[in-house]
Design a binder for this molecule. Structure first.
Ligand SMILES: Cc1cc2nc3c(=O)[nH]c(=O)nc-3n(C[C@H](O)[C@H](O)[C@H](O)COP(=O)(O)OP(=O)(O)OC[C@H]3O[C@@H](n4cnc5c(N)ncnc54)[C@H](O)[C@@H]3O)c2cc1C
Length: 410
C-alpha cells in the first residue's frame, strides 16, 4: 500500500507552494499532477508582492530574479472618459522592496518551486497522475485513487488530503461542501500575437466595442486576452475573425499592423470565467484551498496571489499537527476560518467590478451606468495619493499577510 502524510492533489500555485513549505518542514508530501508538465498558456502570469515576499523568506529571490520577467506597477480599470483605463491601484507607490507585480510565465514559477521542493527528501511529485476519486473510511477521507497517463491505477493513502486541483476540483462533487456560484458577465478569449521591440511592455489594457483587451508581454510575443460578454462565443465567432481583429485593433491601435497574424479561430481559445466558493472547505481528512475552494475571476489578476496565501496559511496551521500525526477537523477548520474573510472580500470587490464596470462596458454602456459618475469615481480614486494606497496595498498583499511556518524559512 502506498502511503504519505500529506497528499496534495494538483500542482498549480496553491499545490506547489503548500508542498514546498511542508517538505521543508520535514513532512512527507506527495503531489499528484494530472498533466505531464506545467506548460499551459492560459494561466495567470502575475506574481504579486505578497508572493515575492514569500519567495524572499524562502531564500529564492535570486533564483526568481533569473526568470524572464516584466514588472508592472499599476492595476487599471476602464473607468475614464470613453472607457479609457484609470489606475485603481498604484503598487509602485507602496514602500518596500517589492512594490511591483512581476509578470512571469506561470510554468517557470511552478518549475522553480518543483525544483526547489525536489531537494527535500520528504517531497515527491508525480506528474501525469490524475486523482480520480477519494478513498474514505468511516466518513473520513484517507487518500485518493489515481490513474497515470499510461493507464496504470493505484491508491495513495494519506493522513491529510489537500485538494489544490482548481475550479474543476474532485472535492466539488462532495455534496456536504456545497458550492455557491456568483454570476459573471464575461468569458475570455486567449491567443498570441507577435511582439516588436518598440511595443509597450508589461501588462497593457484597452477597450474596444463591447470588448476589453489585456496583453501580457512575453518577450517574443503577446499573450492576448479579450473579455467578451458571457455566452457570446459562438455568435461572435460566426460573425467572422476579421471584425473581431478590427475591434481588437481599436482597443490596442499599436497592434493594428499585426492582428492579421491570427490565421483562424482555432488559435483563439475560450476560457469560461467563473466566480464561486465552497461554503465548507473541509471534511475529516480533507481540505480544499486555492481555486478548488474559491474560483476567482481574472479581475485584478489576483487569483494566484490568493491561492498562494491559502497555501502559506495552510502550511502554518498544519505543519505541527501533521508532524505529530494529530491533524484533525479543528486544524482544517482553522485554515478556512483564517482565509474565508479575505476570499469573501476579494470576491465581493470582483463582483462589484463585474456589475458596475465590466458588465456595463461589455454591454456598450458607461461604467456605473453613467459617464459622469464614472469620471467622478475615477477622479476620487486617483487624486488622493493616500487613498490610492489602500487599493494598492490590498492588491499587493490582500486583506491579511500570511507568513510561512518558521521551519520552512531559509
Ligand atoms: C481568464 C482568466 C485569467 C486569469 N488571469 C489571472 C492573472 O493574470 N493573475 C492571477 O493571479 N490570477 C488569474 N486568474 C485566476 C488564477 O488562474 C487562479 O486563481 C489560480 O491559478 C488558482 O491556482 P490554484 O493552484 O488554486 O489552481 P490551478 O492553477 O487551477 O491549478 C490546479 C492544478 O491541478 C491540476 N489538476 C486538476 N485536476 C486534477 C486531478 N484530478 N488530479 C491531479 N491534478 C489535477 C491541474 O492540472 C492544475 O495544474 C485568471 C483566471 C481566469 C479564468
Amino acid at each position: 500500500m502506498e502511503r504519505t502524510t500529506c497528499c496534495v492533489v494538483g500542482g498549480g500555485p496553491a499545490g506547489m507552494v503548500l508542498a514546498l513549505l511542508l517538505a521543508r518542514a520535514g513532512v512527507a508530501v506527495t503531489v499528484l499532477e494530472k498533466h505531464g508538465d506545467f506548460l499551459r498558456d492560459f494561466r495567470g502570469d502575475t506574481v504579486h508582492p505578497s508572493t515575492l515576499a514569500l519567495l524572499d523568506d524562502l531564500g529564492l529571490t535570486e533564483r526568481f530574479a533569473r526568470l524572464p520577467q516584466r514588472r508592472v506597477t499599476t492595476v487599471q480599470l476602464p473607468l475614464g472618459r470613453d472607457g479609457s483605463l484609470v489606475t485603481v491601484g498604484d503598487i509602485g507607490a507602496l514602500r518596500g522592496r517589492f512594490n511591483y507585480i512581476a509578470m512571469v510565465p506561470q510554468w517557470d514559477l511552478l518549475d522553480l518551486l518543483a525544483d526547489e521542493a525536489g531537494r527535500e527528501p520528504s517531497f515527491s511529485l508525480r506528474m501525469s497522475t490524475e486523482a480520480t476519486s477519494f478513498l474514505t473510511e468511516r466518513g473520513r477521507v484517507t487518500g485518493v485513487r489515481y490513474r497515470t497517463a499510461d493507464g496504470r491505477t493505484g491508491e495513495l493513502r494519506a493522513t491529510l488530503t489537500v485538494a489544490c486541483d482548481g475550479r474543476g476540483s474532485l472535492a466539488r462533487s462532495l455534496p456536504e461542501l456545497r458550492l455557491r456560484r456568483f454570476t459573471c458577465p464575461m468569458d475570455a478569449w486567449w491567443f498570441r500575437l507577435p511582439r516588436r521591440a518598440d511595443d509597450p511592455h508589461g501588462l497593457v489594457g484597452g477597450v474596444g466595442d463591447r470588448l476589453l483587451a489585456a496583453m501580457i508581454d512575453r518577450g517574443e510575443y503577446w499573450q492576448c486576452a479579450a473579455l467578451i460578454p458571457k455566452g457570446t462565443d459562438a455568435e461572435r465567432r460566426a460573425a467572422g475573425l476579421a471584425p473581431f481583429m478590427a475591434n481588437y485593433a481599436v482597443a490596442a491601435p499599436w497592434l493594428a499592423d499585426r492582428v492579421h497574424a491570427l490565421g483562424s479561430w482555432d488559435e483563439v481559445k475560450l476560457l469560461d470565467v467563473r466566480l464561486d466558493r465552497l461554503r465548507r472547505w473541509h471534511r475529516p481528512g480533507l481540505l480544499c484551498i486555492g481555486d478548488a475552494a474559491h474560483a476567482m475571476s481574472p479581475v485584478f489578476g489576483i487569483g494566484i496571489n490568493l491561492a498562494v496565501e491559502d497555501a502559506v496559511a495552510a502550511a502554518r496551521y498544519l505543519v505541527e499537527p501533521l508532524r505529530a500525526g494529530t491533524v484533525g477537523l479543528r486544524d482544517v477548520r482553522a485554515v478556512q476560518r483564517r482565509r474565508w474573510p479575505t476570499t469573501a472580500l476579494t470576491q465581493a470587490l470582483q463582483r462589484f467590478a463585474h456589475a458596475r464596470v465590466i458588465g456595463p462596458v461589455l454591454a456598450g454602456e458607461a461604467p456605473f451606468g453613467n459617464p459622469r459618475r464614472a469620471r467622478r469615481m475615477a477622479e476620487w480614486v486617483t487624486t488622493s495619493r493616500r487613498l490610492n494606497r489602500v487599493p494598492a496595498y490590498f492588491l499587493a498583499y490582500g486583506a491579511v499577510r500570511e507568513r510561512p511556518p518558521a521551519a520552512s524559512v531559509r
